[in-house]
Design a protein around this ligand. Sequence first.
Ligand code: GDP
Length: 483
Amino acid sequence: MPQAPTTIVDEVGIALANLADSTSGAFTPTLRLGVTGLSRAGKTIFITALIHNLLTGGRLPGFTPLAEGRFIGARLAEYPEATIPRFAYEQHIEALTGREPTWPESTRRISQLRIVLKYQSSRWFSGMRGPSTLNLDIVDYPGEWLLDLPLLGLTFAEWSAEALERARRPGSGKEASPFLELLAGIDPLKGANDPDAERLAASFTDYLRRSREHGALSTLPPGRFLLPGDLEGSPALTFAPMDKPASTSRKGSLYAMLEHRYEAYKDQVVRPFFRDHFARLDRQIVLVDALRALNAGPAAVADLETALTAVLACFRQGETNPLLRPFVRRIDRILFAATKADHVHHTSHDRLESLLNRLVASASKRARFAGTDTRSLALAGIRATREGTINQSGETLPTIIGTPMAGEALDGTTYDGKTEIALFPGDLPERPDSLFEDGAPVALNFLRFRPPGRLDRNDAGDVLLPHIRFDRALDYLLGDKLK
Ligand code: GDP
């Protein structure tokens, strides 16, 4: 169990920031929505679709304010904090809806955007007031950064012991051995020096990257090693785990230097992220690429579960100092979303949701206990496929139809990025538990598809983005705030 990641000083800071938020938003209520998930889970696509659908009043029958005719419209607004990068909505939508649609660049750092929503309230007294307004602040950040929060409760020696134990497990062999060999050849008590620290950090990062590429979906902290954001190449990231030397006089040693940098990383990177961004969220959506894990087999599914549990252990869930509670925001709803549901036939969507429920079961139980409402949903922010059927050996199989990206390969065929195909992706099992059991992995066929080509337009000439169950996600995240 990670320790509470804040100190009392942080709590006061967070409370003051939230108080400032609530006074500056005295006339217009503000909802801060966090969007997170591990790398390539679908954050960029989700947010782009979210903004586009709100700006154009897209096809969203399940979004109550729109279905009831009370949603008036939305516009982008200046974000109040000018030092935080803005989510590059215009570039992303241009990439997706241009002449040759492409998927936009993925999330690599934190970014934010404000969208102002105008609606007619359904409350009895609202007729006298005219339309109401809500500022929706969207905060996009890598899920890998959340995996760092437990570090706040660990000393360098404790973190090193954990990280090295994991690297030395038989399963980590190939990926970890260059780092472990390098570490074995360096005396922790030798004099502090930058070249050794840099070599160790580079080799450790390489190990993390390779274990990621070879199927591990969760990553060990430090999360910034793989997704450094603006810290790329900075000394704050120049450390690595090291066995604690027996000698007590470590002053001036390489070990002491790494320990010092680890503490600086916690103080100057992890804590400010938590205090300035994470602790100020009202709602959170956690995106999960469960299909990719399924495709990789039971070990990857178990690994994803571990990563999600670690991520979710970080949510505050109301466990704050009672004196400060009135000023501290608390996440009251968390939506878990299995993304890219358009990679399977709709007959598997409910099963995908059951799998997600199973993956986040323990974490969401804890959240509910602390008063946070949670829900799981399978969705596609942007649907890249249609559905059809094929006949194979007298059997009718449900298929998805789309254009695989150039270079995607399956059963010995490599696709050119121009040819549309009908694919039977396979069925998800009825019983999610079977996916965690060792044995034959589920036989699923996955290909990355190109974004949808021909898009419909609404009466105003705006492009409509096709989606799956996206309106239900919006309704859960925003619907009650637009009542
Ligand atoms: P992140 O920002 O790193 O979380 O990930 P992205 O949003 O950039 O998504 C990574 C990739 O997943 C994209 O480039 C798409 O290929 C794919 N993807 C994301 N969302 C969807 C979706 O709703 N449908 C389909 N078919 N692919 C998606």
